[in-house]
Design a protein around this ligand. Structure first.
Ligand code: GP9
Ligand code: MN
Length: 647
């Protein structure tokens, strides 16, 4: 029976195997996908299978052989086109296709001109499976079989297909936890779930955000705008324009938490350079400054810096909404004549940066390709911070001035591995290797900042620049509370956990001469207005949730992405209200007045992102761009409000 049935579907079997193997060979020959171990290679090998089994398997529902064959051929062609389109795209952009890229007009110009250069006649090899399937259809004689067990066979087939899919997803989750909730990197997605599943995932992510976008008409912005206008602090008179016309260098200190500043390990300072800098006459240091990132980690911190909007509660906004309209700091400074860039020695598609930076109006992206990684220059995630700083300053020397450049460091990243010769202090001694190693990589990061300052001086760039540095997010997660409690010598309560979300924030203005430690409570959301005002750039009309930290009116209020918040008197964490000074639990009523505002801000920000609302806003004149109908409705509403107040 089985023998009789088998040949009937031999074309199907050939199709699945041929497309599967072709896809794997294409991975290996046409893309540079980094493979670190055998498990990764195995995942890469099996990952085309889950989708192919499902899609080709639909052929089992066709009764006539002709229809079945046509369907199989159509699938072979479509999958080949998808794969080949990626090959051609990759030749030019070193990246996989994502839907927004097809809709970004800037890219289209490049696509058109590069298409002819990226396509060769020998590329027919990418259609080998189609040819094989055609041959099979022509030459294999199908033995007629009874259809008696068809339903059972189909069921078994799809159960096996589902098992393959879950097996693949399970391995992917093991290899990269939270891959599908966070997105991370297209290369990582293709590597773990496969090219075909990746496109399905991409379509899902993009269509979800497109649907929310389609429902918005701009009227949502009225309330948000009123809220922002009512809450924006005026710039500080003393500090506005204090660094006018200077270059702006923003350094993201990977995973650096504030407890490392002025902290010790084995009798030695963890961050000698940065700790000394807090006392420097040209530095304003903020010890009560918090990160506000969510799942998008570094990219969320970048999003906060550029837009002063909160990142999303789920997923990384760099991935989900890279096609939105933004009014970034880069764009504003660009309009003032600044050349804008980001420097980061990692793959450009990580966190979808290559696409998102275009939406943020960043002129130039120095990714891994812009760096020369000599022997011994790489560790852990890639290039070490010291050579990274050296080469980044070389890039700066060639930039037109004034420039705004952001440097993203990388060595102090989980799992915090470091070469022996770069270990400048002892490891900690606890049951957590992660915590133990963290001190050494943090120490190395500190050394790289010292190198940055030296190099800037050497290149003559130092005096005419302002250097802003911030920690992007925690390095030590709550999984390591026991080891952290051992280091800090106190129990990690929800209050302490919230306090551990403090990250350093430095504003260094060479020649300023009036440096001090500013105890003001603030967060990453405040960086944009603080820095723009320092450079003398107005942000009065901007849609932003942060405030100038130098302003006398700045409100001491920091909402975390997960709903926890900090005020000048309280810490609200785990539904408990704590006194900020003592860490002692207080009556929840004390926090009550801020619970609502924290939620409101987060929701307003989320609605701006989901509805792509900034496309309805003209920041040059602070006007909403609404349709006739919406304007009429708004007029009526205002009229009614006026009458109400008069009565
Ligand atoms: C990757 C780097 C680290 O390019 O920014 O990202 P993270 O894991 O910290 O978000
Ligand atoms: Mn990071």
């Amino acid at each position: 029976m089985w023998k009789k049935e088998w040949p009937k579907h031999s074309v199907l079997a050939i199709a699945i195997i041929a497309t599967w193997l072709k896809t794997y060979l294409t991975y290996k020959t046409s893309f540079s996908i980094t493979i670190d171990n055998v498990l990764q290679e195995f995942i890469l090998f099996i990952n085309p299978l889950s989708m192919l089994l499902f899609v080709y398997g639909i052929a089992l529902f066709f009764k006539s052989e002709k229809a079945r064959n046509r369907y199989i051929l159509a699938i072979a062609l479509i999958s080949s086109i998808i794969l080949y389109a990626n090959v051609a795209f990759y030749r030019f952009f070193s990246d996989f296709i994502t839907l927004p890229v097809l809709f970004q007009t800037d890219n289209f110009g490049d696509l058109g001109s590069s298409a002819s250069e990226s396509v060769f006649i020998t590329d027919l090899v990418y259609f080998t499976d189609v040819i094989l399937i055609l041959l099979a259809m022509k030459f294999i004689r199908i033995i007629p079989a009874s259809n008696l067990n068809l339903a059972v066979q189909r069921k078994a087939y799809f159960i096996i297909s589902a098992a393959v899919l879950f097996f693949n997803l399970g391995l992917a989750e093991m290899e990269r936890p939270q891959l599908l909730t966070r997105g991370f990197d297209r290369e990582m997605l293709v590597k773990n779930i496969g090219m075909y599943n990746y496109h399905l995932y991409d379509m899902y992510v993009q269509s979800k955000s497109q649907a929310q976008r389609a429902l918005a008409n701009g009227s949502e912005l009225v309330e948000v705008n009123n809220y922002i206008r009512a809450n924006q602090p005026d710039p500080s008179k003393d500090m506005f324009g204090a660094a006018e016309g200077r270059n702006l260098i923003v350094v993201t200190l990977e995973s650096l938490q504030s407890f490392t500043i002025n902290g010790e390990m084995g009798g030695k300072p963890i961050t000698p350079f940065l700790s000394e800098l807090t006392k420097d006459e040209d530095t304003i240091y903020f010890p009560n400054f918090y990160h506000q990132t969510g799942l998008g980690k570094t990219s969320d911190s970048e999003f906060l810096v550029e837009n002063s909007l909160y990142p999303l509660s789920g997923g990384a906004v760099f991935f989900t909404h890279s096609g939105n309209t933004f009014n970034s700091m880069a764009e504003s400074l660009g309009n003032k004549g600044y050349h804008t860039s980001v420097q980061h020695a990692n793959t450009k598609s990580f966190w979808n940066r290559d696409i998102m930076y275009q939406s943020l109006g960043i002129d130039q992206f120095f990714d891994i390709e812009s760096y020369t990684i000599g022997e011994g220059d790489a560790v852990n995630w890639g290039m070490k911070d010291i050579p990274f700083m050296e080469q980044s300053v070389e890039h700066m020397a060639d930039l037109p001035q004034p420039f705004y450049t952001r440097l993203l460091t990388l060595t102090n990243h989980h799992p915090f591995y470091l070469d022996e010769e770069d270990k400048l202090i002892d490891e900690f001694d606890s049951n957590s290797g992660t915590v133990n190693r963290y001190f050494q990589t943090a120490r190395y990061l500190d050394e790289s900042v010292k190198v940055l300052f030296e190099e800037l001086k050497e290149q003559g760039l130092y005096e005419n620049s302002v250097i802003v540095m911030y920690g992007d997010h925690y390095g030590i997660s709550e999984n390591h509370n026991e080891a952290m409690a051992q280091y800090l010598g106190k129990e990690i309560t929800p209050y302490e956990s919230a306090q551990l979300q403090k990250v350093p924030f430095f504003v260094h203005i060479p020649g300023f001469g009036e440096g001090y430690v500013d105890e003001e409570i603030g967060g990453q959301i405040d960086i944009r207005p603080t820095v723009m005002h320092l450079l003398g750039v107005d942000s009065e009309q901007d849609i932003q949730f942060g405030g100038d930290l130098f302003s006398e009116e700045h409100e001491e209020f920091v909402a975390f992405r997960d709903g926890r918040f900090i005020t000048d008197k309280h810490v609200y964490a785990g539904n408990v209200c704590y006194d900020i000074e003592t860490g002692i639990e207080t009556d929840k009523a004390a926090c009550e007045p801020s619970i609502e505002p924290a939620m409101t801000e987060l929701e307003y920000s989320e609605s701006i992102i989901n509805g792509d609302l900034l496309r309805f806003y003209d920041e040059k004149n602070g006007q909403l761009i609404l349709s006739e109908d919406e304007l009429k409705k708004l007029d009526k509403e205002q009229q009614r409000l006026k009458e109400d107040t008069q009565n």
